[in-house]
Design a protein around this ligand. Sequence first.
Ligand code: DC
Length: 231
Amino acid sequence: MSDSIPKGTRVVVAVDGPAGAGKGAVCRAAAVRFGLAYLETGALYRAVGLIAARAGQEDPESLARAAATMPFAYRALGEGRYGAFLGEEEVTLALRAEAVGQMASRVAALPEVRAALLGFQRRYGHGQNLILDGRDVGSVVWPDADLKIFLTASLEERARRRAWELQARGEAVNLTELISRMAERDARDAGRAHAPMEAAPGALVVDTTELTLEASCQAVIDRIAPLLGRS
Ligand code: DC
């Protein structure tokens, strides 16, 4: 395994699943509750997507080079907030744009880009207890994670949640369009040849369709607590 980092005695929690399942909110809640380092691995793919959109090109080799050399940082900003940076520029909000998510999904299908981002994900939070979310964390990034969760929800419910998020930021939303774009992204993420989105072997599947955000967070927190000897 390239860029392999021994897990050692720390606890690593891998949360995978489709967009809008609640991965980010659940991971942030668990990170704050238990003092875990947190990495939203999608932010890395989104950063490469943003670079591709700004450059107006999708050449695999130059995107892989950009992925390997971009001055990306992901930082806890306090009070459960996290920021993504490209050098001095904070790109947290820019990365959340729907168009950047679509571009991220496209560049994420390129094996060269995935390989270039692996080392960062494995080195992140070195030595600390850690929670990461994404599509292939339990299957590829941390196959020996102590806990693997596949967080999911129905397509319609996930699209509704994304619509609220976009509306709250003042973006215009057409729910039918959002559903079809999300279905397209799911199909691309799950159908690609390299590290497709999937429930890793041994992953606990948590369906949040009928759960409130609080209940989703609690379901995951309850699974992590015993690993840390906490209640
Ligand atoms: O989690 P997200 O919606 O921010 O991720 C954006 C895109 O990045 C997603 O459509 C697929 C890709 N991605 C990936 O391929 N592997 C990951 N571990 C995380 C994200």
